[in-house]
Write a protein that binds this ligand. Structure first.
Ligand SMILES: *Cc1c(COP(=O)(O)O)cnc(C)c1O
Length: 489
């Protein structure tokens, strides 16, 4: 664009003040306040400037005298309304998880149980005995909440709750090995997702990382050699559960139990830290899913620390669970990092309620995660058949019931598939990728997967009470053939 044309476009654009006088903006100001209306006007003008550069029609309007100026102002008004609508909506939108991945990190992992929701709401509404000893009236510690339940459920001598498992690992390694070496197998220097890499966490823990073994095989002798070479510089041995991938073929690893034994045979002193990841408390074979080591089993191996997430297979809120020997937990408790990594009352309340549900294994289905896992696949097939039948009535739609494999996900149980069912959708004249995107842009977004040119809506992670809403969203999107971007505003 040459200088002259640019001058014309700028002059044709309404000012913020002029835009504020238009009906649409007056409306926004009345309903959402003047600040919101000005923000919408500015954002609209910004966007319009972009259109003048790229959109031929808008640019042509700008050349066109008074009519052109009115057209631009009307366009700015329309854009401002759209901005205002978007700004009113939370960015943390509720979505329907039709991916078949139950613990989906990008979708917030575990849904909470009703008990956990109520506990968190109660804690949020008023004051709670967060850091007060009610018997003596003296200052108490927030880190004692959940400790009793965690000890009871896992057999650990001590327990501590922090912000998430990454924080738990950071705290454990810092407490055990700051200023010295942390020994890890090369096969366990994993990336969990969302940019969580074990070696990057270790780099910030104050411990020096010493890698042993090879990518596919690590033997006890590798750890022994490192311990011999490091001498008093050895701070800890870290064992990381491979929670999001499987290794097979010519592989060898040393179990946490074997590491604990190895250290003990050498006279002790070197703490073993086991990052278990998913923090399962129940035997998953009940649900036809491959067994995952439970927190209790990991504690029974005897390491100094076991760490896990609260929002994976525990089915609770985001939290980091630190379990271990009483002396090590006591040291972690007084580590200044604990203050920086602490959790709030809502998390503690929700976690405590979740742990209470786990006290009775027969009630595990009260946790939505296990309720969804427990549903018989025939039931999902029936729901899928009803859904497919309804959707087949929409012109241009092909809907077929399909057998699917759902996953636990979220860095839990890499290989474990869960039998599931869903509906494979295609819409005449619309590509699968585009349809998938349109479902994501629905008023209640539906997150689904593209499998071989069709969009698959998996029902394993869709709660029973979401089915009606899911059907409505699918029907709306599939029936709305024209004018893309309308729903996006
Ligand atoms: C998921 C996972 C983590 C990270 O846990 P967050 O709670 O997301 O911080 C760390 N280690 C392992 C083995 C995991 O599976």
């Amino acid at each position: 664009m040459n200088r002259e044309a640019e001058g014309t476009d700028r002059a044709a654009l309404p000012s913020v003040n002029a835009l504020m006088e238009r009906r649409g903006l007056v409306h926004i100001a009345e309903r959402q306040g003047r600040t919101a209306a000005v923000a919408a006007a500015r954002a609209a003008l910004e966007e319009l400037r972009g259109e003048l550069g790229g959109d031929g029609r808008t640019a042509a309007a700008a050349e066109n005298g008074a009519d052109g100026r009115e057209a631009l102002a009307a366009r700015a008004e329309e854009l401002a309304r759209r901005h205002a609508r978007r700004a009113r909506r939370s960015t943390l939108r509720r979505v329907i998880n039709a991916t078949g991945v139950l613990v989906h990190t990008n979708l917030g992992r575990s849904p909470l149980s009703r008990a956990a929701l109520e506990a968190a709401a109660r804690a949020a509404r008023g004051y709670v005995a967060l850091e007060i000893d009610l018997a003596t009236g003296t200052r108490g510690s927030r880190s004692v909440h959940c400790e009793g339940l965690l000890r009871e459920l896992t057999g650990a001598e001590g327990a501590l709750v922090v912000n998430n498992n990454a924080a738990a690992l950071l705290l454990a390694v810092n407490t055990a090995a700051a200023g010295r070496a942390a020994i890890v197998s090369r096969g366990e220097l994993v990336e969990i997702g969302g940019g969580f890499r074990v070696h990057e966490i270790l780099a910030r823990s104050g411990a020096r990382l010493v890698e042993v073994g090879s990518t596919n095989r690590t033997h006890p002798a590798d750890y022994v050699r490192a311990l011999d070479e490091l001498g008093t510089q050895a701070g800890a041995i870290l064992k990381v559960h491979r929670s999001n991938f499987v290794q097979s073929g010519f592989v060898a690893e040393v179990s946490a139990r074997a590491l604990v034994d190895l250290v003990r045979d050498r006279g002790g002193g070197i703490p073993v830290i086991h990052d278990l990841g998913s923090g399962c408390l129940v035997d998953l074979s009940r649900y036809g899913v491959a067994r995952e080591p439970t927190l209790g089993e990991a504690v029974a191996d005897g390491p100094a620390f076991v760490t896990a997430s609260g929002d994976k297979l525990l089915g609770g809120p985001q939290a980091g669970i630190v379990l271990g020997e009483a002396t090590w937990i006591a040291r972690a408790r007084t580590n200044p990092l604990t203050r920086a990594l602490r959790v709030d009352k809502l998390t503690l309340a929700a976690l405590e309620a979740t742990l209470r549900v786990h006290r009775d294994p027969a009630r595990a289905d009260r946790l939505p995660l296990f309720a969804m896992l427990a549903r018989p696949v025939e039931e999902l097939r029936r729901s899928a058949a009803r859904l497919a039948q309804d959707l087949s009535g929409v012109p241009g739609v092909t809907a077929e019931v399909v057998e699917t494999e759902a996953r636990i996900g979220g860095g839990s149980l890499p290989g474990a598939a869960v039998e599931s069912a869903g509906v494979a959708l295609s819409l005449r004249g619309t590509g699968a990728a585009e349809l998938e995107e349109r479902l994501r842009r629905a008023p209640t977004p539906v997150v689904a997967r593209v499998v071989e040119d069709r969009v698959v809506v998996d029902l394993r992670a869709v709660a029973d009470d979401e089915l009606v809403l899911l059907r409505r969203m699918l029907t709306t999107v599939l029936a709305d053939t024209g004018d893309r971007g309308r729903g996006a505003g």
